[in-house]
Design a protein around this ligand. Structure first.
Ligand code: HEC
Length: 240
């Protein structure tokens, strides 16, 4: 019976290292992004940050519901992927809704809103849940009255829209402006560098592993660690 000689295992390791470096090079030379069928979405352009900020406050404000307990975020929890991860959502008076809440992340890119597409965009959609008896169970008038009773909200609406009118149109416009922002998570300014960075990191890992594999046998030889000892030489093994 013959065991691979040290020089042949060195050759193996070398071949592996070269292969790994080659694979990393291939990865780096992957076809230009322009030819890929799935393109990254354009980063959100925030033209009016104050409007987005106001929309964010409304998004998290449970006072827009009759019970004072339910906000948009209850069913579209932004820290849980923009959904409640329940089979069907729980609305006013713990009512179990008829349907699953979809994620709101990137929902501004949808052709239409809701599972059946009945709302044309985020602005048209945003008024729905506030007045839906199974969701926030409020009315648009009550929601607007509530907001008008809070001087900070009144001031902020005035600053954002440049007029004194605070109606449901302004409320839904602000929420819709915030609705665009989760896109930032999907393709922020940093996404440009992510791919090359990943290639460098993965390539580096493969190369360093391969180099270690090459170096180890050399070091073993240099410092006199005989591989035969590890195979149990002297204990009746076949090559004794
Ligand atoms: C009680 C739970 C609940 C609350 C509160 C709620 N939603 Fe929803 N949301 C849903 C459900 C369920 C759907 C799917 C309904 C359908 O398709 O018929 C939905 C759908 C949506 C969609 C459509 C997403 C898509 O991919 O079609 C958006 C956007 C949205 N909600 C935003 C909001 C906003 C803004 C608020 C707050 C004003 C809000 N939701 C409050 C449960 C809720």
């Amino acid at each position: 019976m013959s065991y691979p000689s040290r020089s042949s295992s060195l050759r193996h390791a070398l071949r592996f290292a070269l292969g790994a470096v080659g694979a990393a090079a291939l990865l780096a030379a992957a076809p230009a992004r322009a030819q890929e069928p799935v393109q990254p979405i354009a980063p959100a352009k925030v033209t009016n940050p104050a409007k987005v900020e106001l929309g964010k406050k409304l998004w998290f404000d449970p006072r827009l519901s009759r019970s004072g307990f339910i906000s948009c975020n209850s069913c579209h929890n932004l820290s849980m992927g923009g959904s409640d991860n329940l089979k069907t959502s729980i609305g006013d008076k713990w009512q179990k809704g008829p349907i699953n809440s979809p994620t709101v992340l990137n929902s501004s890119l949808n052709l239409a809103q809701f599972w059946d597409g009945r709302a044309k965009d985020l602005k048209e959609q945003a008024g729905g849940p506030i007045a839906n008896p199974g969701e926030m169970a409020f009315s648009h008038d009550l929601a607007v009255d509530m907001l008008r009773s809070i001087p900070q909200y009144v001031g902020e609406f005035k600053k954002v829209f440049g007029h004194d009118k605070l109606g449901i149109g302004e409320v839904t416009a602000a929420i819709a402006a915030f609705g665009l922002v989760p896109m930032l998570f999907a393709s922020g300014p940093g996404s440009e560098v992510q791919r090359p960075l990943a290639i460098v990191v993965i390539g580096g890992l493969i190369t360093s592993t391969a180099l270690t594999l090459v170096l180890l046998p050399v070091l073993f030889r240099r410092f006199g660690v005989d591989q035969t000892v590890r195979f149990g030489a002297g204990k009746g093994f076949p090559h004794d």
